[in-house]
Ligand binder design. Structure first.
Ligand code: NAD
Ligand code: IPM
Ligand code: MN
Length: 372
């Protein structure tokens, strides 16, 4: 029997709360589907800083490189706001992404029918929505050099300090994420919309040209369109169902995927997969995490919606282990629970009702797995 190795990094804030529910789901698959997981757990983010003085220990990094997949909760929080930039919790997550070379971040936004009335947009705009944002994750302005803050605060030199970040892409970095987007589009609606700001940024011109090159030379069968990212943000809210796959850079992808979250009803619904190139065994290095953060405003209160994290595990089953049927089953269990009207607080509309806790939502999903 294949044993899949998993490294769980719950992180900070609601991270450990939502991850506890993923553990229940993992347990269910072990007990009921004969799957074998070798699960280890470690620290990331503020929790790692508290113990090691840095947001990701080298030993944890090495473990992440060695396992079949990493599951991460969330990092960050007000307690760490004043830390030196180099040891902020978010740096731990960025190190994982960069050193594992997880260049393709898949952020699907699906509107479950049961939640269509709950989105902040009208039902007719979001019902049946199923789009996939492919965000470049290891380059662009998040990592470009030069970067930093010049510390010239000489008296009388007001305006002398400079904060610098650099948007930088190579053609190779653009091509590989474009290939991921085209491959995924072929398995869905066969359409890719690439977003940049080629009207004001040279890196945007390169992005557009390289995506077009990959299309013309390797994926001429896929429909490709280009859009300025600001218009893309507007179109996502005006008529999101016009899109199938969106491919975009690191920063635009971060922002557009948070916007897309509200189309589905809540940020607590959006999963993600961060994938590298296929390894010798044909599977990519991978990290799975919800799109949301550590939600300090509700942390420790049992209010967090664990669905984004649970659906991230469904993506893990599909992309890292090739267990498509099991992934479908888990997604159906989530759909059933929502159709039954089970709601965490973030999914409560004006109609009111009593929200369930994080743990209760997890229990409902496990019960639905058994019932399906
Ligand atoms: P956030 O995503 O943590 O929260 C935004 C809002 O959404 C909050 O009102 C929160 O309560 C709500 N929310 C988020 N997830 C939810 C869930 N599962 N269930 C119910 N409600 C949910 O974003 P923020 O407040 O801007 O950031 C807080 C911290 O998280 C910061 O330190 C930030 O850097 C970090 N962050 C981490 C990640 C990550 O680890 N991948 C992602 C985004 C933000
Ligand atoms: C995300 C987060 C991260 C990002 C932060 C926490 C580094 O916002 O995963 O969307 O900006 O990529
Ligand atoms: Mn984000």
């Amino acid at each position: 029997m294949t044993t899949y190795s998993l490294l769980i990094l719950p992180g900070d804030g609601i991270g450990p709360e939502v991850m506890a529910e993923v553990r229940k789901v993992i347990g269910w698959f072990q007990q009921n589907r004969g799957l074998s997981f070798d699960v280890s757990e470690d620290l990331v983010g503020g929790a790692a800083y508290d113990k090691h003085g840095k947001p990701l220990a080298d030993e944890t990094m090495a473990k992440a490189q060695a396992v079949d997949a990493v599951l991460l909760g969330a990092v960050g929080g007000p307690k760490y706001d004043d830390l030196d930039f180099s040891v902020k919790p978010e740096r731990g997550l960025l190190r994982l992404r960069k050193e594992m070379d997880l260049f393709a971040n898949l952020r699907p936004a699906q509107c479950f029918d049961a939640l269509a009335d709950f989105s902040s947009l009208k039902r007719e705009v979001v019902a049946g929505l199923d789009i996939l944002i492919v965000r470049e994750l290891t380059s662009g302005v998040y990592f470009g050099e030069p970067r930093g803050i010049s510390a010239d605060d000489t008296p009388g030199n007001e305006g002398g300090r400079v904060g610098v970040n650099t948007q930088r892409y190579t053609s190779g970095e653009i091509r590989r994420v474009a290939r991921s987007a085209f491959e995924l589009a072929r398995k869905r609606g066969n359409r890719v919309c690439s977003m940049e700001k080629a009207n004001v940024m040279e890196s945007g011109i390169l992005w557009r040209e390289e995506v077009q090159w990959v299309h013309d030379n390797e994926y001429p069968d896929v429909e490709l369109s280009h859009m300025y990212a600001d218009n893309g943000a507007m179109q996502l809210v005006r008529n999101p169902r016009q899109f199938d796959v969106i491919v975009t850079d690191n920063l635009f992808g971060d922002i557009l995927s948070d916007a897309a979250a509200m189309l589905t009803g809540s940020l607590g619904m959006l999963p993600s997969a961060s994938l590298g190139a296929p390894m010798e065994n044909g599977r990519p290095k991978a990290l799975y995490e919800p799109v949301h953060g550590s939600a300090p405003d509700i942390a420790g209160q049992g209010k967090a919606n664990p669905i984004a994290c649970i659906l991230s595990f469904a993506m893990c089953l599909r992309y890292s282990f090739g267990l498509g049927a099991e992934a479908d089953l888990l997604e159906k269990a989530v759909e059933k629970v929502l159709a039954d009207g089970v709601r965490t607080g973030d999914l409560m509309g004006a109609e009111g009702g009593k929200p369930v806790s994080t743990a209760e939502m997890g229990d409902h999903i496990v019960a639905a797995l058994s019932a399906l």
